[in-house]
Design a protein around this ligand. Structure first.
Ligand code: GUN
Length: 283
């Protein structure tokens, strides 16, 4: 039976450290501040934004929440970002995705000043991740790396398989594992005979967005299984991309949903905001 990777517990311990860092900054007269912009009324986004707000309060970061109507014109959002870029009291800027269809997410992201890009989504941040010269850490992949470190999972030399190639999770996850000397394979919807690839994984990361997609015959006995999925079932319950009950029988470690990767993502956002505030003080 697999051991549970407890994201809530690790998150609490990392957040306690972040709170200490925030208190030190406040003693120096720097109040770390995170601007979170939500455009429209996507219910899932509203929940994520609320959780980010709560986490800020918990660790001593000042949240600046800006909610705009769905019909906000693109140029208005770009002007708001310009304003936040030049506001020295703001350390980090996050625009919650997805954005309404008439707004180009890429254009908006690229408008964020690289030194306030706490999501690590701008070209500057992505380039640094490719080079292993991190500015800000991509939140979900960095949270997963923290979990692996906390549970003493060796990455160097291991077969690491990532299912999913999104810009937010799959691609940066593959890069962090590669930078940690894993042998990395990225699978996606066109991968031929997916189970034969995933069965080679010592560390398997599922980020596909399909409920219980990873079955036990896709997992190598003893593998460490990381589930990034947050899927809502028709009965309202949350479930991951991994068939948890069956895969738990053969994996050595596994993250639950909820309570695995999820809490770590927001924690790493808090960490990036502290990093931004520290750098602002040094300038
Ligand atoms: N939407 C889903 N995940 C994310 C994320 O990590 N950052 C932002 N800004 N939007 C998201």
């Amino acid at each position: 039976m697999a051991a549970l990777i407890d994201g809530k517990a690790v998150s609490a311990s990392v957040r306690a450290e972040i709170a200490r860092e925030a208190a030190i900054l406040r003693d120096k007269g720097m109040i770390p501040k995170l601007a979170v912009i939500l455009v429209g009324d996507d219910p899932a986004s509203a929940v994520y934004v609320r959780n980010k707000h709560k986490a800020c309060i918990e660790v001593g970061i000042e949240p600046l929440q800006i909610t705009l109507p769905a019909e906000t014109p693109e140029d208005e959002l770009l002007s708001l970002i310009d304003k936040l870029n030049s506001d020295t009291s703001v350390n980090g800027i996050l625009v919650q995705l997805p954005l309404p269809k008439h707004i180009s997410a890429q254009k908006v992201i690229d408008r964020i000043a690289p030194d306030k890009d706490v999501d690590a989504f701008t070209h500057d941040s992505v380039g640094r991740i490719v080079e292993g010269r991190y500015g800000f850490l991509p939140c979900t992949p960095a949270g997963i790396m923290k979990l692996l470190e906390y549970y003493n999972v060796t990455i160097s030399g291991k077969n690491c398989v990532v299912i999913g190639r999104s810009n937010i999770v799959g691609k940066p996850m593959a890069l962090l594992l590669l930078n940690a000397s894993g042998t990395v394979t990225v699978c996606h919807s066109k991968t031929v005979d997916l189970p034969s690839v995933t069965r080679r994984a010592d560390i398997l990361v599922a980020a596909v967005g399909i409920p219980r997609f990873v079955k036990s015959d896709m997992v190598k006995p003893g593998a460490v299984v990381i589930d990034v999925g947050i899927n809502r079932l028709p009965d309202g319950k949350l479930c991951g991309d991994v068939d948890f009950d069956a895969v738990s029988e053969i994996a050595s470690m596994i993250t639950p949903v909820p309570g695995g990767v999820g809490p770590m993502t927001i924690t790493m956002l808090m960490q990036n905001t502290i990093t931004a505030a520290k750098r602002a003080i040094e300038r």
